[in-house]
Write a protein that binds this ligand. Structure first.
Ligand code: AHR
Length: 660
């Protein structure tokens, strides 16, 4: 025995890890029903970064469809006689193209669109092409040919889908036709050319898959929206992130521009186009096609509470340090009005101005908005002095709305320490905390919320992800540490009411920031291990916390706890006892779970253990190997009310039992 202990000690020394002799006996008090787990746990953070909206979730396949990019023909290649006009039918998007007779029957006038890193189409699928068009010189009919073209391989299938449209009016009208893809092509080109001898004007040239999420026109890419819904999110934050602030106030996200007919939603610059010069994407703009209506609708369809974040009158403080870059406190009225109007857009009666806009868009019933965030990553006195008038006006007009304030960009430090008391003073309902932090931080924060003031605002862990030191990309170990840290969110359900990993999406050819939760290309998507961690929490969140201790202490990865983190919940509705344990050590750990307080006759049945683990800590799922690391479920047999088991190294496990 002595030799064995010595051996263990020697092993611990050689691995640099202190092993402790106890057998990790965890005790769960089933009779002490703790805090309610909020329905808003766990959620999603959406920002149009990494081509998450245009070129991503928003299923539009045409880039620069309204010719409003500053370089009006960016994304387009023209041939023959194409001219740009600027007196189109949509006030906020006045540009369009005129296609004229090229002067010879064998020549063509037309234009090609390159899409977002190409246009991805799947064999047998249908695509809805639409265009606003007119005959500027009158006449009875001119034809345009619409094609999906393989411009890369130049093979015999060069044009693999085509249709002809007859433009028959001198007045602007919307035309549409369905193209069926004969082949799968991740990088097709959309080609439109004049197929008769006259002149036509074309505006808002669009191509969508017919099969969008829930079949909506102007809809969302189905696989990506499905991935979101599969999490069962409780809350859905939108539209960011820094995009809320803009590089300057001019380019902030302005929700009013994102509603109403899509043809008339103006273009906005996307700040992520140039935020990182080493990842510069000159063609990254926001069409606002995925706007606030589409966002509220998706929230409703997923059963998530919407949480919009609005600009507080400050442009991005990283990029603007002069007071004049911001809105003066005395000039905030229109910003405050925007917040009030957004509530009216979401919840107002159809006879109100903004309620009517919502109804006209197809949703007369309210969207049941309950939360509103004001400001993103703000700091300094500039923030509370602007937030205060927002809060006053919102409380007066809408006492039912819960207000989310910010604690700045950092998880601790000067700004954080200044803003939290300010948020208490202003009586914000929740405070948004952000932490993109390395492994050491995640390992040390298991007890972060244990001593938070229970009387102040609640916590919204609004942006977080483990950014491995020297490994700022998705990999298993980072996700494992997120899972470990989240036991602390769960254990503190009385104070932590919302949590959203960030960012959500990234196009493999267009990312600016990583790690991210879901990666995609033009045809496929992949759920990372971080995704599965979020999903395991959201799908096993239970209704109430149960006290769980090891040696009478919460299991927070603290000294002497062998790298273990754990939390337990009860689900009243399903009568389930659920225990989450993360073993962050590289050793198999003996673990026992004892459920105290059950009656003798209570039977724990249908025992299951769902694990996430990987032999390679640097690995994650990829488009090539999308299912390399996924949750694995195995049955578990419990002896009465106690389970004795082993948990493999670097493993996250969810144990579940049904109480009968
Ligand atoms: O999630 C990416 C960015 O990180 C967000 O836009 C910002 O709020 C944070 O700095």
């Amino acid at each position: 025995m002595r030799r064995y202990t010595e051996l263990l000690a020697a092993l611990a020394l050689s691995t640099g890890m202190a092993l402790h002799a106890q057998t990790n006996e965890m005790v769960i008090q089933t009779k002490k029903l703790g805090a309610e787990i909020q329905p808003t746990m766990y959620g999603l953070f959406f920002e149009d970064i990494n081509y998450a909206a245009d070129g991503g979730l928003y299923a539009e396949l045409v880039k620069n469809r309204s010719f409003e990019f500053p370089q009006r023909l960016m994304g387009w290649k023209t041939y023959g006689k194409v001219t740009l006009q600027d007196d189109g039918p949509f006030e906020r998007n006045p540009h369009y193209v005129r296609l004229d007779n090229p002067g010879h029957a064998h020549k063509h006038t037309g234009l090609d669109n390159e899409g977002f890193f190409g246009i991805g189409v799947k064999q047998g699928e249908e695509y809805r092409f639409s265009v606003w068009a007119r005959l500027p010189h009158g006449g009875t009919g001119e034809k345009i040919r619409v094609e999906l073209v393989d411009t890369k391989s130049m093979g015999e299938h060069q044009a693999f889908a085509s249709q002809t449209l007859t433009i028959d009016s001198k007045d602007w009208k919307k035309y549409q036709v369905i193209l069926k893809a004969g082949v799968t092509n991740p990088k097709a080109t959309l080609r439109i050319f004049l197929a008769s001898q006259g002149t036509v004007d074309l505006e808002h040239i669009s191509l969508f898959p017919v099969d969008t999420w829930k079949g909506h026109e102007n809809g969302l890419r189905k696989d990506l929206a499905q991935a979101l819904a599969d999490i069962h999110p409780g809350v859905f934050r939108f539209p960011g992130g820094c995009i809320v602030e803009g590089t300057d106030l001019e380019t902030r996200y302005d929700w009013k521009k994102s509603v109403g007919p899509v043809e008339n939603r103006p273009l906005n610059e996307n700040r992520w186009q140039y935020t990182f010069t080493h990842r510069f994407y000159p063609d990254y703009y926001q069409s606002y096609g995925l706007g606030f209506y589409e966002y509220f609708l998706l929230s409703e369809e997923m059963g998530a509470a919407p949480l919009p974040i609005l600009n507080c009158g400050l442009a991005c403080q990283y990029q603007n340090n002069e007071e004049k870059a911001h809105v003066a406190v005395c000039d905030l009225d229109s910003y405050i009005q925007d917040a009030l109007d957004l509530i009216e857009f979401a919840n107002g009666d159809v006879n109100t101005t903004w309620g009517k806009v919502r109804a006209d868009m197809g949703h007369p019933a309210p969207f049941n908005l309950k939360y509103l965030g004001i400001g993103n990553e703000q700091w300094g006195k500039e923030y509370p002095e602007r937030l205060e008038p927002f809060i006053k006006a919102l409380r007066k007009a809408h006492p039912e709305i819960m207000i989310v304030g910010s604690s700045g960009p950092n998880s601790e430090g000067k700004e954080f320490d200044y803003l939290w008391p300010e948020m208490k003073r202003l009586k914000a309902d929740l405070v948004d905390e952000h932490f993109y932090r390395p492994e050491s931080w995640f390992l040390s924060q298991g007890a972060r919320y244990d001593n938070y003031d229970r009387k102040g605002p609640k916590v919204f862990a609004g942006e977080y992800a483990c950014h491995g030191k020297g490994k700022k990309w998705n990999h298993f170990h980072a996700a494992l540490l997120e899972a470990a840290f989240m036991t602390g969110l769960e254990r503190n359900a009385d104070i932590v009411h919302m949590a959203t990993y960030a960012p959500l999406f990234a196009h493999v050819e267009g990312w600016q920031w990583r790690p991210d939760m879901i990666w995609f290309d033009n045809l496929n998507s992949v759920r990372t291990v971080s995704y599965y961690v979020q999903q395991l929490y959201a799908q096993n969140k239970g209704t109430n916390v149960l006290p769980l201790t090891m040696n009478k202490k919460p299991v927070t990865g603290a000294e002497g706890q062998n790298g273990l983190f754990a939390s337990a919940v009860y689900d009243k509705d399903k009568n389930e006892l659920i225990v989450k344990v993360a073993n962050t050590s590289d050793k198999t750990q003996p673990v026992s779970l004892t459920f105290e307080g059950l009656k003798k006759q209570d039977v724990l049945s249908e025992g299951r253990c769902i694990t996430l683990s990987s032999l390679d800590q640097d690995k994650d799922n990829t488009l090539e190997q999308p299912f390399a690391i996924t949750p694995q479920e195995t049955p578990v047999t419990i002896n009465g009310h106690a389970l004795t088991t082993e948990l493999g190294p670097n493993t996250f496990a969810v144990y579940k039992f049904t109480k009968k």
